[in-house]
Design a protein around this ligand. Structure first.
Ligand SMILES: C[S@@+](CC[C@H](N)C(=O)[O-])C[C@H]1O[C@@H](n2cnc3c(N)ncnc32)[C@H](O)[C@@H]1O
Length: 457
């Protein structure tokens, strides 16, 4: 049966505010500040008109606002569009519908599961060995590049049991015509590196099921797969920037390595996927007028600004590009077999250990020399449509583990004041709201978790 027919198995769920829903582990997720952001938005724009969330990320703020206003989300990344679309236009799914989706995923994976059997068997064996104290095989697996390094880039397959398993898998992929297929992209590119091979095969199958589904369901099923990937990923902090390093810089095996790997890689992907489908299906039903768009922020503002009455902006503030931390989710949405970035090591050029997309997005907000101009464009374009604006700013504190901000709070307020009649800042610690005066900004901000900048027209 075609996955499109699933829609008839779905039912509506209650309306209300989706509070506390976090689709993925995400740096700088604003869920804790959503209520404070909403009250700032209501203050600068009491009309209750459509809000334009320009750097929507996980969509948690947009989803919070959506109970009271129409919302349009914009983000340059496709994975953000998918997450926002699924949360803003939820499709209620019956328990029977959820089970059918899971059955389809199980059925869709059989051919790839056969191809990856040799590396899955190797992986399961070395994890068991590692739990018993022998970590040699596990270290070889964790230090190995992904399958595409051997199949697509001609890297020499090691002369070892892992090497034999890799060769056999590549041979099976070639025999079945799956060696370049989008249906095996996650397992070929990220299996063994970010997920177990077995989990990666299920993620591929879930993406195929989503792709085959009707338009109404596609984003929700893809979003549930992204959320599953975020739960499964075997890294410190659940990001996709740095695969697990089994040894310290001095070459010593990291304590707790086997447990860390076992904890994530033994998770049953179908169970996790089922749990996420349930969470998405329980999201409150919305009015259906919400929109999720993939676009650069200026284009988004020019196109959608005229239909909105207020802008919420939460751009990045450090030199860390979000695209480095979430590139796997982007590739899972685009399914485009991207070229991967390369590094030079010991004079030889090789695939980056993080298997980053070569074309991953470089945000102007993360580049010190152009970030002020990016803010200038934001304020001037929003003002061009007479749109009041609320901006989130996360201050940096010495020793908080983050990089310093590429623009200071003062620079931002100065830029905003060139375009807006009145600019006010409010520090928020998640519970209390403290009004800051202009002169006291710097000192007081240090003990605050978030600052909200309100720009009145
Ligand atoms: C701080 S995060 C937003 C977090 C979001 N408020 C949340 O709570 O999940 C910044 C977002 O800006 C997006 N972004 C960066 N540069 C952009 C640009 N030039 N145009 C549109 N979006 C951009 C990134 O993809 C990222 O999702």
């Amino acid at each position: 049966m075609g996955a499109a027919l699933l829609f008839s198995e779905f039912e509506e769920v209650a309306t209300g505010r989706a509070s506390g829903f976090r689709p993925i582990y995400y740096l700088g997720c604003k869920a804790a500040f959503a209520a404070a952001i909403k009250s700032a938005i209501d203050e600068v724009d009491p009309s209750g008109g459509r809000a334009l969330d320009l750097f929507a990320g996980t969509g948690v703020v947009a989803t919070y606002l959506a109970a009271d206003r129409d919302v349009t989300t914009v983000d340059v990344q496709e994975y953000s569009r998918v997450l926002c679309s699924a949360a803003l236009r939820p499709v209620g799914v019956s328990l029977g519908g959820i089970e059918k989706s899971c059955e389809r995923v199980v059925a869709a994976r059989w051919q790839a599961a056969w191809c990856f059997e040799p590396v899955v068997a190797f992986e399961e064996e070395v994890i068991v060995d590692a739990m018993k104290g022998d970590v040699c095989g596990l270290i070889e697996l964790l230090e190995s590049p992904p399958l595409i390094a051997f199949s697509d880039e001609g890297q020499r397959v090691p002369d070892s049991r892992l090497g034999c398993a890799i060769e056999e898998t590549i041979s099976r992929l070639t025999t079945t015509g799956l060696s370049k297929s989008e249906g095996t992209l996650v397992a070929r590119s990220f299996g063994g590196v970010y997920f177990s091979f077995k989990q990666a095969v299920v993620l591929d199958a879930a993406l195929s099921v989503a792709q085959a589904a009707g338009e109404e369901l596609q984003d929700m099923l893809t979003a549930a797969t992204l959320s599953t990937a975020s739960t499964l990923v075997n890294t410190v902090g659940k990001q996709f920037a740095q695969p697990i390093q089994p040894r310290t810089r001095s070459g010593i095996v990291k304590p707790g390595l086997a447990k860390t790997v076992y904890r994530d890689r033994s998770l049953d992907s179908i169970d996790v996927y089922r749990g996420w489908l349930k969470k998405y299906s329980e999201l409150p039903c919305t009015n259906g007028r919400h929109q999720a768009v993939r676009s650069e922020y200026v284009d988004g503002l020019l196109k959608h600004g005229p239909n909105c009455s207020v802008v919420y902006a939460d751009p990045p503030y450090t030199r860390d590009h979000y695209s480095r931390f979430y590139h796997v989710l982007e590739t899972m949405c685009l399914r485009d077999n991207p070229s991967t970035s390369r590094v030079v090591k010991g004079g030889a050029s090789m695939m980056s250990r993080g298997v980053y997309r070569e074309d991953r997005h470089q945000s102007p907000f993360c580049i010190r020399s152009i970030a002020p101009m990016a803010f200038e464009a934001l304020f001037s374009r929003a003002r061009q449509f007479d749109l009041p604006l609320v901006l989130s700013y996360s201050p940096h504190q010495e020793g908080d583990g983050t990089h310093p901000r590429v623009v200071s709070m003062k620079q931002i307020v100065d830029l905003a004041e060139r375009h807006y009649r009145r600019v006010e800042t409010r520090a928020v610690d998640g519970v209390k709201h403290n009004q800051l005066n202009r002169n006291g900004l710097k000192l007081k901000m240090r003990d605050q978790a978030e600052v909200i900048v309100k720009c009145f027209v």
